[in-house]
Ligand binder design. Structure first.
Ligand SMILES: Cc1cc2nc3c(=O)[nH]c(=O)nc-3n(C[C@H](O)[C@H](O)[C@H](O)COP(=O)(O)O)c2cc1C
Length: 176
């Protein structure tokens, strides 16, 4: 099984990327394709620009998904929604193939330093990603990242750690 993984952030210290990396430890017997949105930087999407064609990064993003069996991602929340970095890739890719996520099973996560754990972007993605071909099998939000996560040990809050373990187990079971 090949896993396509990304954080919906272009921060070099992305907490969402840290969460994705931690979760990927539970999938180390599989092939992992963890991308960085900084490698998919494109001009801000515009209907005028798209008349000249699509950036190769948008095609490449879709190709990585096409070549994978499963998607694991964690979205950053900026001003209650997707980060600009993610939204730009999403918008460009959606103009090539509206089924951006190509009917792949997804483990959808969010985390933020605040107590809501990216709950707004989670709600948005949960509601709308299926319209873009995501088959969301499980979701997980981690609030107060800096209190509940440690770089070496991952999720250190026992309550959230148990929930995450259960979600990962359920996700794996649904893939079997
Ligand atoms: C412009 C901007 C807007 C933000 N808006 C939110 C927000 O609406 N909700 C939130 O929980 N954190 C917000 N944050 C704080 C964190 O950057 C954000 O939670 C993000 O998920 C951090 O994830 P990352 O390190 O993976 O980029 C904002 C930060 C910035 C720079």
């Amino acid at each position: 099984m090949k896993i396509f993984a990304f954080a919906g952030s272009n921060s070099s210290t992305s907490i969402n990327k840290q969460l994705v990396k931690f979760v990927l430890r539970s999938f180390n017997d599989h092939e992992i394709d963890l991308i960085d949105l900084n490698d998919y930087t494109m001009p801000v999407f515009s209907v005028d620009l798209e008349k000249n064609g699509f950036p190769q990064e948008a095609h490449r993003f879709l190709e990585h998904i096409a070549e994978s069996d499963v998607i694991i991602c964690s979205l950053a929340e900026n001003n209650r929604s997707y980060s600009v970095a993610f939204k730009n890739v999403f918008d460009w890719a959606s103009r090539i193939n509206v089924k951006v996520f190509q009917d792949k099973p997804m483990l959808l996560m969010t985390t933020s330093p605040g107590g809501y754990g990216g709950g707004n972007v989670m709600a948005e993605a949960q509601k709308f990603f299926p319209q873009f071909g995501a088959i969301i099998k499980e979701t997980f939000s981690l609030p107060k990242f800096y209190e509940n996560f440690d770089l070496n040990n991952g999720v250190i809050n026992p309550e959230y750690s148990q929930v995450l373990d259960e979600k990962i187990a359920s996700f794996k079971k649904q893939l079997a």
